[in-house]
Design a protein around this ligand. Structure first.
Ligand code: NAD
Length: 299
């Protein structure tokens, strides 16, 4: 029977450990980690993400600092704010919600974030550390996918994995994480030929494309594990709310996969949990404190 990988349940257990670690950090070191989230403009989806990050931060017992800037903010103004946050000792993690308005170069902003506070793991130093297998911050979504895979399959050594999507925030770091775990990795993208046939050979399929229900049943090998990163907002339902669907045709793929993540309730909750973990890690690393080893069972 197909296993539904419950990201809500797994992230709840992970967040519980994070909250416990934060209680100890406060009690033993008098440290409360802080996460600063910057939103420029009023994109409705970004607004929801920023709000849920703030809620999760406070629930974990950390300080949340929200900076909401008008859509006409210049790149210079945003860079000045980042400089302040870099120098603010109460701030352990900094995240700039994407997308940013056209007048701002997102990568230029990421480049000035102190790599030791780069809890998104998007700074070139952290991306490079992942590439060479050094310590650093790993981007939250691929880290969350990796935790789900470990939880579902245990040791991934020798498995064939295909990642559909080569973005710097999901596809590429995901490939690095799976390589580290001794998978044989294929990275597919919009120019890949015979994608369905390549997918059908994989033990693990990670879909990070942004195309609703693109991955079909006949793309999947019997018993494969399918991780659906996609979040696609479909037209209003009767309740007036947008329906979320993934990049995988969940109903039909469930008939053949060994395990599959739902959308919502799969990768999404893990992304936020990993952001909390990275913020805790930043607070510990910056003060040369060891992060508790209770996380070994997840990572
Ligand atoms: P992106 O647009 O940066 O990258 C999409 C990738 O898909 C590109 O590398 C492109 O080459 C590839 N692609 C496009 N069309 C394709 C096709 N027909 N066949 C094969 N490959 C194709 O997107 P992203 O930022 O990596 O995000 C991907 C999806 O994941 C989006 O739906 C996004 O909303 C979602 N996402 C979810 C989370 C989460 O927490 N669950 C986090 C980040 C992104």
């Amino acid at each position: 029977m197909t296993k539904i990988i419950d990201g809500k349940l797994i992230s709840a257990a992970f967040k519980e450990k994070i909250a416990e670690a934060i209680i100890s950090l406060k009690a033993e070191q008098n440290i409360t980690p802080g996460l600063a989230v910057v939103l420029v403009g009023a994109d409705p989806a970004s607004d929801v993400y920023v709000r849920s990050k703030g809620v999760a931060t406070k629930k974990a017992g950390m300080n949340s600092y929200e900076h909401r800037l008008p859509a006409e903010t210049t790149e210079e103004e945003l860079l000045a704010l980042i400089e302040n946050l870099n120098n603010d000792d109460a701030v352990d993690g900094i995240l700039v919600q994407s997308p940013v308005p056209d007048q701002i170069n997102y990568q230029a902003v990421v480049d000035v974030i102190d790599p030791n506070k780069d809890v998104d793991g998007f700074h070139p130093i952290n991306a490079g550390n992942l590439l060479i297998g050094s310590q650093g911050f790993v981007a939250c979504t691929p880290l969350g996918c990796s935790i789900l895979l470990k939880h579902t399959l245990g040791d991934l050594t020798g498995l064939d994995a295909i990642i559909i999507g080569r973005s710097t925030i999901v596809g590429k770091p995901m490939a690095m994480l799976l390589l580290q775990q001794n998978c044989t990795v294929t990275i597919a993208h919009s120019r890949t030929k015979d994608l369905d046939k390549k997918c059908a050979q994989a033990d693990i399929v990670v879909a990070a494309v942004g195309r609703p229900e693109m991955v079909k049943k006949d793309w999947i090998k019997q018993g494969a594990t399918v991780i659906d990163v996609g979040i696609n907002r479909m037209g209003s339902t009767e309740t007036g709310k947008a329906k979320l669907v993934g990049d995988v045709a969940f109903e039909e793929v469930s008939e053949i996969a060994g395990a599959i993540t739902p959308v919502p309730g799969g990768v999404g909750p893990m992304t936020i949990a990993c952001l909390m973990y990275n913020t805790l890690k930043a607070a510990c690393d910056r003060r040369d404190l060891d992060i508790p080893d209770v996380f070994d069972e997840f990572l």
